[in-house]
Ligand binder design. Structure first.
Ligand SMILES: [Zn+2]
Length: 292
């Protein structure tokens, strides 16, 4: 009898682990949103850490292994993860379903005219940093909901109710964030990298300029001088930079002008205590509103 019970338990364990949808997310923001929607019906792993620059990820066999075991891979798209294709090829997972989360996003910064390397790290289909607009977090979650429900229709209702819970929480937070950001509206801010257009347009922050001379091109002394002039002539509030970039240039600009430099995480686990998308947005909003 004991043996039979044990056998049944093992069988049950195998069935439950087998039926779990295995997900790999390129970034930790996706990782969190998959957890919100997928709950305990999915197992999820991510590739780029929250404190790493998502534009550049080393191609490691351990990442290929994570993709090999996955049913679905979610990516930001729009050319953010130029490293992903090599990992997918290396994973040799012929059953992998790849979902580009940018499909339904209203893209910004689509370059016009001829595109060449002199324009810097240009994304021909639009700026990929769309997750910094909380409205887009809903679009991402919806895309995740659709993919999970299609792959695992038995649990579609469960995913749907998780999605609704997430959207409800986000909507409540959104009211707080918009309230706090009222005093930042229309204020000019310098950013390090061209990753803030979605955030800035959502909250009405004015992008006065960038520390990078072109997207993805490291700061130069002559461009630093331009930024210093810009700050001296205008009442610019602060410089905001992702915490994985070198702060050499922002520090130089700051010592010449007295402007504050704010280093922030732009991903989940990008800093201690940032364990969800909502944590990250809370942190960003408090930094902007608290430093104005
Ligand atoms: Zn970028």
């Amino acid at each position: 009898m004991k043996k039979i019970i044990l056998f049944v338990l093992i069988l049950l364990f195998q069935i439950t682990t087998f039926s779990e949808v295995k997900i790999v997310a390129t970034t930790t923001v996706i990782y969190d949103l998959v957890k919100q929607v997928g709950g305990d019906k999915v197992s999820v792993d991510y590739l780029c850490r929250g404190d790493q620059d998502p534009h550049f990820l080393e191609v490691l066999p351990s990442y290929m292994l994570k993709i090999r075991k996955a049913d679905i891979m979610f990516e930001i798209g729009l050319g953010l993860e130029l490293w992903a294709q090599q990992l997918i090829d290396g994973s040799r997972n012929s059953n992998l379903k790849i979902v580009d989360l940018s499909k339904e996003i209203e893209k910004k910064d689509i370059p016009t005219g001829k595109i060449d390397a002199s324009q810097g790290d240009i994304h021909p289909n639009g700026n990929p940093h769309y997750w910094l607009d909380p409205d887009n977090a809903k679009v991402i979650a919806q895309e995740i909901l659709d993919a999970l429900s299609e792959h695992d229709p038995v649990n579609a209702d469960y995913y749907n109710s998780n999605y609704n819970k997430f959207v409800k929480n986000l909507d409540e937070k959104m009211k707080q964030w918009e309230n706090k950001m009222k005093k930042v509206k229309g204020k000019p801010v310098i950013f390090f990298h061209a990753s803030w257009i979605y955030f800035a347009e959502h909250f009405g922050v004015k992008i006065a300029g960038y520390v990078e001379p072109k997207p993805g091109i490291p700061p130069t002394p002559s461009h630093n001088a331009d930024v210093i002039n810009l700050i001296k002539k205008n009442n610019i509030k602060f410089i905001v930079m992702e915490n994985f970039y070198s702060d050499n240039a922002p520090k130089q600009i700051s010592s010449a002008t007295g402007i504050k430099v704010i280093k922030v995480p732009v991903a989940v686990f990008g800093m201690e205590g940032i364990n969800s998308y909502i944590d990250m947005m809370d942190y960003l909003i408090n930094e902007f509103a608290g430093n104005i």
